[in-house]
Design a protein around this ligand. Structure first.
Ligand SMILES: Nc1ncnc2c1ncn2[C@@H]1O[C@H](COP(=O)(O)OP(=O)(O)OP(=O)(O)O)[C@@H](O)[C@H]1O
Length: 544
């Protein structure tokens, strides 16, 4: 367009406006402009070109995507943890050029040693592909692409996710990879049990993993723990038997009795023996009501242990129709804040336990210290089929606890044998202690008797960290025969059914490496504990 033409057009437009002519005249002027026509042509051609380009790209993407299957995993879901552990162990991870170090446990906790400390002193560091980095690798002849990403969630909480694409994959392939990842996670978890709890949205979430507790470490009167385990095993094997007879396939165990007598420990141990995960149902959780409890119970997996601890406490106000409990002042009971406490009612709980929505195949374990406070409907067979009483420690339990406490671990024992000469040399350095605490074996005895490790009780007054650590390391020997004698002495000193196993364990922990001292001080400890008990009772009597 030449400049004369443009100025003529502009003059025309100006005069048109000046003369207030119609819009049609204005449009005809604009459209008759050659510049505008050129611009319009360019716009149309460009538009068609862009539309073709986008269609072609979309078609290409669709064709390309049809060869891939893509799965998203979100943080907080078990499958995310499985995939992260699997990827962190996959050889392809080594090829990533952009990596991130992470100490996240992905639901795994280091195994504990016999003192309850994590076996590794530091948290395990895993190397993962960095965020937004596309890691591509071959796995079992399949080409896989993985992208980790992080997005801002609510309350500045970032949500991580994992996007996995498999070339030429199908849902079956995804399922296979997921199972492989779960097996890898299980293997890494090792001898541990998984503990789940409900989150604020009432979904089950992995809370932690716990080392399996050997059944042998639970000391109850003869045959009790074996009977519970056998009953649970028999139940898990009897699905058909139950369905043939139309009996709901559920079993409830009510463990009741003295605090610190091993109820929770037995459940943990049985979960390990049966290889079942534990789902903790906290009835006193704020905001829990009948509906959410029902939802939680119906969402339990088919085979698991559902655990309700202190079932009486959650319903102190509402559950028992028999309150007040004998010997208790009703007015002294704390009144729960209705906003903060659970709103579960007794009928809500009963329905959740055996209503139509109740999960089949689960083992329910409930614990209480106040058996009599529980409503009969809750205790009845069908809801709680097996009732196990836990009492204060019997003489048998006292002896077993002492023996187990000072028996060596198999590893320590063999290491001890291989280094017996070194140890004998150490013993020689502390002759005074050896003579004053005459139960310890001599090097000569060490050769003839079956020996166990017991660190030396020297420098007992010195409680500095260095001294404690030195004491832990310095081992001397005690013969099994001498241990038997100490067991007997200890049994004699502890009165029957007066102390809980937890209390006795606490006492022995004060003398962790000193069995002789534990026996020597036991009588005094019993006296002191009894006196404390009396003094606690007397103000109560005065108040009455
Ligand atoms: N019978 C037992 N055998 C071995 N250890 C025991 C036994 N009873 C208690 N303990 C020890 O005492 C501690 C507390 O035990 P646990 O929590 O199992 O008791 P509990 O009966 O569930 O107590 P509570 O009723 O107060 O919840 C644990 O460390 C456990 O090792």
């Amino acid at each position: 367009m030449d400049s004369n033409n443009l100025s003529a057009n502009l003059t025309k437009i100006a005069s048109t406006f000046a003369g207030k002519s119609s819009i049609a005249t204005l449009a005809s002027v604009v459209f008759s402009s050659t510049g505008f026509q050129d611009w319009l042509k360019l716009f149309l051609v460009g538009g068609v070109f862009e539309a073709c380009r986008r269609t072609a790209l979309r078609a290409w993407r669709r064709a390309f995507d049809s060869f891939w299957i893509t799965v998203d995993f979100e943080e907080g879901d078990d499958s995310y943890d499985w995939m992260m552990v699997w990827l962190s162990q996959h050889p392809a991870r080594a090829n990533a050029r952009k990596i991130a170090a992470s100490t996240s446990a992905f639901g795994l906790v280091s195994p504990m040693d016999s003192y309850g400390n994590p076996k590794s002193t530091s948290r395990k560091v895993r190397f993962l592909a960095a965020y937004d980095y596309s890691l591509a690798f071959w796995h079992k002849r399949r080409y896989i692409r993985v992208v980790r990403s992080k997005a801002e969630g609510l309350n500045f909480h970032s949500m991580q996710s994992l996007n996995l694409s498999i070339l030429g994959g199908t849902q079956k392939v995804v399922q296979e990879i997921l199972e492989e990842a779960r097996d890898c996670w299980e293997r890494t978890k090792g001898e541990q049990i998984s503990v789940y709890a409900a989150d604020t949205r009432n979904d089950w979430r992995l809370l932690t993993t716990r080392p399996k507790r050997p059944l042998a470490s639970i000391i109850l009167d003869a045959g009790v723990k074996e009977a519970v385990l056998e009953d649970a095993l028999d139940f898990l094997d009897s699905k058909e038997w139950y369905s043939e007879r139309g009996i709901p396939f559920r079993r409830g165990y009510l463990l009741y009795g003295a605090p610190g007598s091993g109820k929770t420990s037995l459940i943990q141990s049985i979960a390990g023996e049966l290889n079942l995960d534990v789902y903790v149902i906290s009835l006193s959780r704020a905001g829990l009501d009948d509906n959410s409890l029902q939802e939680l119970i119906s969402d339990l997996p088919e085979q698991c242990i559902a655990l309700m601890e202190d079932i009486d406490v959650a319903f102190h106000r509402t559950l028992s129709r028999d309150l007040p409990v004998e010997g208790e002042e009703p007015t002294k009971k704390p009144v729960a804040d209705p906003e903060r406490s659970s709103k579960v009612s007794l009928s809500g709980l009963l329905n959740a336990l055996d209503g139509v929505g109740a999960q089949e195949g689960r083992l329910l374990f409930a614990t209480t210290n106040r058996y009599e406070a529980l409503d009969l409907a809750l205790r009845r067979p069908g809801r709680m089929d097996v009732h196990v009483e836990f009492t204060l420690a019997s003489k048998y339990q006292v002896g077993q606890l002492f023996e187990r406490f000072y028996l060596p671990t198999p590893r320590a024992s063999s290491a001890q044998r291989s280094s017996s000469s070194d140890t004998a040399a150490q013993i020689g350095e502390d002759d005074d202690i050896k003579t004053s605490d005459s139960g310890y074996g001599t090097p000569a005895e060490a050769e003839t008797e079956k020996l166990i490790d017991v660190p030396q009780p020297s420098d007992i007054q010195d409680q500095s960290l260095a001294a404690v650590s030195r004491r832990r390391k310095r081992n001397i020997k005690i013969s099994l025969e001498k241990l038997d004698i100490l067991v007997e002495e200890f049994r004699e000193l502890i009165p029957e059914r007066e102390f809980s196993m937890a209390a006795l364990q606490g006492y022995l922990l004060l003398h962790k490496n000193q069995p002789h001292r534990a026996v020597k001080c036991a009588g005094k400890w019993v006296e002191e504990e009894m006196a404390k008990r009396e003094s606690r009772k007397s103000p109560e009597k005065e108040n009455q």
